[in-house]
Design a protein around this ligand. Structure first.
Ligand SMILES: NC(=O)C1=CN([C@@H]2O[C@H](COP(=O)(O)OP(=O)(O)OC[C@H]3O[C@@H](n4cnc5c(N)ncnc54)[C@H](OP(=O)(O)O)[C@@H]3O)[C@@H](O)[C@H]2O)C=CC1
Ligand SMILES: Nc1nc(=O)c2c([nH]1)NC[C@@H]1CN(c3ccc(C(=O)N[C@@H](CCC(=O)O)C(=O)O)cc3)C=[N+]21
Length: 286
């Protein structure tokens, strides 16, 4: 079988185009959705992601601003910035770019963001609400993955989804969203014994480990849907995923590429969450 490619770049473009009218309506009502991104330090990958987000926001009419702190910034300084943004009514969404320098606790930062402005969906209130199936801000990458599956009418209910990776921002929440959609979910991680034994059972295989081209066709069941979350920069400057695209696409029924796969969808879902925040639709407590 030769897999059909789910192009996240094109789908994200379609989503942005469809969002414009909704944003315009809000602007006509006097509400311009506004996203503030906080970037600590000068990690080139983070800077490039932030630029991508600003460009996408502008395209749909969402205004955005960037607050940059030096890599030496203290935790107290960053928490102070977040508290000010929490209290600023014109700011609807707050995103603190991860990873943060070692002197700053990521968890403390995430917990300081007002859950009703947490457009990343990382705050424990949003994670908890997602877990019990209540309305919340969904984490952007998992939300993007579900949107990609639904765009092709790929059935999730009753399917066996195997997730490789269990981070709080990708692996765990994508498994939870698939469970909410009635999949049977298996999580694999670095301590999993015999990874292949699990992945070869997957109807839907999600790779989110951060190891270039690690998941070859040997790990893929014939006809599986393969979602590649990995973003790995090679020495020659090119980007590649966690999945060995050429071999895996010979067995998969659907596959997502890198680049032009999950990455652009993550940004599109961030914009959706920002509009949701601006509409005051986030019924999340503090
Ligand atoms: N496309 C997008 O929008 C996004 C892409 N990414 C990319 O996705 C990838 C994963 O990101 P993230 O979740 O933050 O990464 P983390 O490093 O936080 O987590 C990696 C996970 O993979 C597991 N793992 C590592 N090596 C193996 C292995 N050989 N076999 C099985 N499991 C393994 C780890 O296990 P253990 O828990 O035991 O250590 C861990 O759970 C990265 O390439 C990142 O750049 C991330 C966010 C958004
Ligand atoms: N608070 C926070 N929220 C995040 O959502 C977050 C974060 N921190 N830290 C880093 C990761 C990574 N991430 C990506 C988003 C889009 C692309 C993306 O659009 N990639 C393009 C390629 C871009 C290029 O060429 O450089 C693609 O895959 O086609 C990649 C990576 C969001 N993250």
């Amino acid at each position: 079988m030769s897999a059909e490619i789910i192009n996240g770049k094109d789908l994200a473009q379609e989503i942005r185009t469809n969002m414009k009218a909704e944003v315009n309506e809000l602007i006509n009502e006097g509400i311009t959705p506004h996203l503030t991104v906080v970037l600590v330090g000068d990690n080139p990958a983070s800077k490039s992601y932030v630029r991508g987000k600003e460009k996408a926001a502008k395209e749909v009419g969402i205004s955005s601003s960037l607050i940059e702190l030096p890599s030496t910034a203290s935790e107290a300084e960053l928490l102070d910035v977040i508290q000010k943004l929490n209290g600023e009514p014109s700011v609807h969404g707050i995103l603190v770019q991860l990873p943060l320098p070692n002197q700053i606790s990521e968890q403390k930062v995430i917990e300081t963001i007002d859950p009703s402005k947490d457009v990343d969906g990382f705050h424990p209130v949003n994670i908890g609400r997602m877990m019990i199936g209540e309305d919340s801000f969904l984490p952007c990458t998992p939300y993007g993955i579900i949107t990609m599956l639904k765009s092709r009418d790929i059935k999730i209910e009753g399917k066996h989804a195997v997730i490789i990776g269990r981070s709080n921002i990708v692996g765990k929440p994508v498994g939870q969203l698939l469970l909410n959609e009635n999949a049977t979910v298996t999580y694999c991680h670095s301590r999993t014994k015999d990874l292949k034994e699990h992945t070869l059972q997957a109807d839907i295989l999600i790779a989110a480990i951060g190891k270039a081209d690690a998941i070859t066709s040997d790990y893929v069941k014939e006809g599986a849907v393969v979602i590649d979350v990995g973003i790995n920069r090679l020495e020659n400057g090119s980007l590649t995923g966690d999945v060995d695209f050429d071999s895996a696409s010979k067995k998969a029924s659907y596959i997502t590429p890198v680049p032009k796969g999950v990455g652009p969808m993550t940004i599109a879902m961030l914009l959706k969450n920002t509009v949701k925040a601006a509409k005051g639709l986030a019924v999340v407590g503090k």
